[in-house]
Design a protein around this ligand. Structure first.
Ligand code: F6P
Length: 549
């Protein structure tokens, strides 16, 4: 284990300056910052790529932001960013470039990697995928009995599931008459596949097996079972070609599985799984909403890329969100970040960000193989408002942990229930206001006295009903939950995570932490079957014995 102590900080000039500054401002109330600065809301906000970020409700003043920006500079953010966009092998532990940004690059003419222009491949593979999606949508791609495809089942997990699933849910309001029903199966728990198979018909269902490696046990098992179900329905072996497609970087494994590589869409090892939604992995998005919407999604991300590359650090939305996160994680020891979309259709967004952030920065070793002595990636969690208000917001308002929150709100609704949207909006603004302002004991006491609460009760009740406030948040406004805004939002968080990874000196693009469990699962499976389990601990052996009986 590393020697992590939450508040031990690197001893560089920028970290040291921030540490000294923290001692001065740590308890300063955000409300007092507002009281002393009429322009604070305007100054601490950024418009970029169609999104608006209000970060004025944070425990920072101009000097804090200057010092945090200096930290980003000291970490060479600009050079690292440029290296990533140019295709340098910044994923050092896997010897790979990190080029998900190339997937949405519509402006450059070429982008060479090892003397090969990768943009040509990106664009032609995307066109193939979009043509396939269009054929399915328009009924040109038919099932083996000549029927139109009514259901598409995406079988994949992690990055091969979370992105397409989140986007298909988020853009639900943009479905049209050509949209087939789209289902997602990820879990190895047979209940996931079984639930979907009960709803679909073999003659009208298209399975998309999405796996970068085409070795992931969950996906391979689900795909195999789907194939068996399909053939057991009476479909001939030759019909598999009309009902199974694959998205992968591993052509030989796809062929071995029995899917015709004509029905395979490819991508490359320089696209990380959790950054792959922009690639052909997004086929479920294209099938659901069509090529135009898919391209708008890419365009939104590309606009955020341009902002990230061009805006000065202090006015750079992903950079500002990243350094604020570092401020809370490393100085206030905030353990987590709450993602609070005020949008029912963004219900999968927190889960999407969990993989993006926690698989990227949930690490305790620096790029050059040293244990860190400071805190790194926080726990990411959240639920849409207003549901969360009636569940965990109690802890956000009055708990002992400081939990910075991101409120995400579409300005326009994608439905006609205007009154609902007004209430939703009011609740979103009310929550960030209440978290920041709180309510003093004196204020509560006056209210209780006015309500004629008996004197002996006022003393304790007024404490219970006190809100300390000073709880920070960002508010991100989207004009509307459409493909462009969603693309920009996802890219915003990708770059935020990147910046934090650079500041913490992590490799944000590998994921060794998921490997051990995979290997042990296979050992456990063997031991459960054979009864030979000496290599396991007492608890695991006892559980296995109980399960065997
Ligand atoms: O187990 C983690 C992981 O490797 C993720 O990083 C990835 O998104 C997921 O598994 C799925 O991998 P694949 O697309 O190769 O099936």
């Amino acid at each position: 284990m590393s020697n992590i102590k939450a508040l031990e900080l690197p001893k560089t000039p920028a970290w040291s300056a921030l540490a000294a500054h923290y001692e001065v401002v740590r308890d300063h109330h955000i409300a007092d910052y507002f009281a002393g600065d009429a322009q604070r809301a305007q100054q601490f906000s950024i418009d970029a790529a169609g999104l608006f970020l209000d970060y004025s409700k944070n425990r920072v003043n101009a000097q804090t932001l200057n010092l945090l920006t200096a930290l980003a500079k000291e970490a060479n953010i600009e050079q690292r960013r440029d290296a990533m966009f140019a295709g340098a092998a910044i994923n050092e532990t896997e010897g790979r470039s990190v080029l998900h940004t190339a997937l949405r690059n519509s402006k450059s003419v070429t982008l060479k990697l090892n003397d090969v222009d990768i943009l040509q491949g990106v664009r032609s593979e995307r066109e193939r995928m979009l043509a396939f999606a269009t054929a399915v949508r328009e009924g040109a791609w038919l099932g083996y009995t000549g029927k139109r495809i009514s259901d598409v089942v995406n079988i994949g997990i992690g990055g091969s599931d979370l992105g397409p699933r989140m986007v298909c849910e988020a853009l639900k309001a943009h479905r049209d008459a050509n949209s087939p029903r789209v289902h997602f199966v990820a879990n190895i728990d047979g209940a996931a596949l079984d639930d979907v198979l009960k709803e679909v018909h073999p003659e009208t269902t298209l399975f998309v097996v999405a796996s970068k490696t085409f070795t992931t046990i969950e996906t391979m098992t689900n795909a195999q079972s789907a194939r068996t179900w399909f053939l057991q329905s009476g479909a001939p072996e030759t019909a598999v070609a009309s009902h199974f497609a694959a998205v992968s970087t591993n052509g030989s494994a796809v062929a071995k599985f029995g899917i015709d590589t004509k029905n395979m869409f490819g991508f490359w090892d320089w696209v990380g799984g959790r950054y792959s939604v922009w690639s052909v992995i997004g086929v479920a998005i294209a099938v659901s909403f069509g090529a135009k919407v898919f391209n708008e999604f890419l365009a939104g991300a590309e606009a955020m890329d341009a902002h990230f590359c061009e805006a000065p650090l202090a006015q750079n939305m992903p950079v500002v969100m990243a350094i604020l996160g570092v401020w809370y994680r490393n100085f206030y020891a905030a353990p987590s970040v709450a993602i609070l979309p005020y949008s029912e259709h963004l219900c999968r967004f927190p889960a999407y960000l969990q993989q993006l952030d926690m698989e990227s920065n949930g690490k305790a070793v620096t790029m050059d193989g040293k244990w860190v002595s400071y805190a790194t990636g926080p726990i990411i969690w959240g639920e849409p408002g207003t549901n969360g208000q009636h569940a965990f917001f109690q802890l956000l308002h009055q708990g002992t942990e400081l939990i910075p929150a991101d409120f995400i709100l579409p300005v326009q609704a994608t439905h006609m229930l205007k009154a609902h949207h007004e209430l939703l909006t009011a609740n979103c603004l009310a929550q960030s206001n209440a978290l920041m302002m709180g309510k003093s004991t004196a204020q509560v006491r006056v209210e209780l006295e006015k309500a004629n609460v008996p004197k002996e009760k006022i003393e304790t009740l007024s404490v219970h009903r006190t809100f300390t406030g000073n709880r920070p948040s960002n508010t991100i406004l989207l004009p509307q939950l459409d493909a462009k805004a969603l693309g920009a939002l996802v890219a915003l968080y990708e770059h935020k995570v990147f910046v934090q990874g650079v500041i913490w000196e992590l490799n944000s693009f590998d994921q060794w932490g998921v490997e051990l469990g995979k290997v042990v699962a296979l050992d456990v499976q063997r031991a459960l079957a054979s009864g030979i389990d000496e290599q396991f601990d007492g608890s695991t052996r006892a559980l296995m014995a109980r399960l065997r009986t």
